[in-house]
Write a protein that binds this ligand. Sequence first.
Ligand code: SF4
Ligand code: SF4
Length: 431
Amino acid sequence: MKKEEIMADYHEMWKDLGMDLETHDQLCEVLPQAFGDVYLSQENRPEGMDYFNFVVAEIHGVRPAELIEHQKKGGKVFGTFCVYVPDEIVFAADAIATGLCGGSQFWVPGGEKVLPTNTCPLIKASVGARLDRTCPFFRIADMYVGETTCDGKKKAWEILSEDVPVHVMNLPQMKRGKDIAAWAEEIAEFKDKVEEFTGNTVTADKLAAGIQLINTKRKALQRLYDLRKNERLPVSGCDALLISQIAFYDDPARFAEMTNKLCDELDERVKNGVSVVKDGTKRIMLTGTPLAIPNWKLHNIVETSGGAVVCEEMCTGTRYFEHLVDESRTTVEEQIQALAERYMNINCACFTPNEGRIDDILRLAREYKVDGIIDVNLKFCSLYDTEGYFVERAMKEAGIPVLGIETDYTDSDAQQLRTRVSAFIEMLNNA
Ligand code: SF4
Ligand code: SF4
């Protein structure tokens, strides 16, 4: 299908969502170009990537249409912004959860109309996408679910709540027993809210199904990432990142099925020694702030500068899928406890102390046979920026070369980043 046809198909739907069609058309113009430049130019891509290419080509069409269909049948859609929000509860209430984090510079100026300029681009883009009415997902979500992670987000919820219902989950920022208990209480309150909003009851059976559904998605992602541990890399970092990003908004069961299908193909590649890069290519792990869709900037730079990204210790990466929720609990109360335990295993820089994250990075560096680490910080994220001190010190002590980078969604620093990344890879090649 040609781009113009896709646009024609969905214009009515976008109009009904109250979108700013003129501005949105500009986004529809630039996205295929950006995707083509980064993705379709890669060589030797697995055939199983066709599905994910299709999802991106139709990003503002197919999935939004499915969500609207669900709403027409009386279902609700919840928009989320953080990997601590338990999707299991939402699906157990016959509702749908969809990630809403904005990863494009296109939305940033809209956010800057109401937020200080020195707010991280992820928050600015997310607020801009809603207020400028240029993203169908932000229009469709009946309720937003925020969390008390960083200061910028906390205040952004207050601004967004003037425009859309927002439920904020109070995330503890330490991991003592009483914090895990408090998070379980918060999840129970979220369940009550979701039940009230949807009119559906979350029973133990339904919650068990929700837990299983999201665990299935996690297992598929773990399988994909495990394949990246091979010496001969069956899939590029760019493609793996795209899959991680799509995981946030695609139908979970279909996503798991398509990811597993791709992994079957990658298993064959591993058996046959097929690699997307030449032997000896330096293996890079990215750590730090999330890379929301369509932020492909750093992966593209690394992989067109002679390196290969083999792992992301990020929320668009291992923090999203590592650790399963215990499926053996049988009452709603026990299941909520299991959810609290699993989610509190995530190591985000909003926690203090957060030594678990350093342990994770060291472990992942070994598992993925990493040659060097790039510690990525989204501009104005003081949490990850400050924690970079410990990350970089620990890597130096472990003898793992590390490059610290701060960037945003603009292309203005691309050339400078390319120079620094190339020099880093060159240094690894000569080590
Ligand atoms: S970096 Fe922290 S606040 Fe942001 S999505 Fe991840 S867990 Fe949530
Ligand atoms: S990147 Fe940092 S500042 Fe931005 S939303 Fe995440 S935690 Fe907050």
